[in-house]
Design a protein around this ligand. Sequence first.
Ligand code: CA
Length: 229
Amino acid sequence: MTNKPTILVVEDEEDLRDIIIYNLKREGYDAIGVETGEQGLGQANAIKPNLMILDLMLPGMNGLDVCRQIKQDSNTRHIPIIIVSAKGEEADIVSGLELGADDYVPKPFSPRILLARVRAVLRRSREAEEENAMSLNIDGLVIDSNKFQVSIDGKPEKLTKSEFSILFFLASHRGWVFTRYQIVDAIRGEQHVVTERAVDVQIAGLRKKLGGHAALIETVRGVGYRFKE
Ligand code: CA
């Protein structure tokens, strides 16, 4: 997790957009600026930023509509939004917060204030993510998805990233049968496992490491695998 957080800035006033981007970058963030709501929506879907700074008064699609669409789409719903708006748009701020925006900063604002809000919202969203991450304990097999650690009867076991991903995926869906293709699909992005045959290799390695707990991963003949219910 050494990646810099990426922040998407949707602001039609070029000078202001430049100032925001400049300050975010100086603070160590990756910042991308766009000037319309449509572009903002497109970029939110394309790059899945860690945070979005959203002006409400935009030409074309306005900020509230952007906010509504982001928060209604399960692909983008998790992206925190800080609304920025000019004086006299209080009603819009309330609407934005009700639509799911996380915070707001009234214009004009100092970069220092905006950066403080950015830090706070990023921290809150990180904490929420960590709370959502699961730690499973199954008959002495502990799978900690925060730390990517597995231990068996209290003894840590070293798994590769692919092995860990497969184990966590199966164990968090106990009793469900998955085909090899579904497993590949579920852990896509873990570069090593790209073929269905590779799943078999990973499972074999996993079972070896699980030792006495190997039987928790069951082969479902002709179909795939399942974590014992
Ligand atoms: Ca504007």
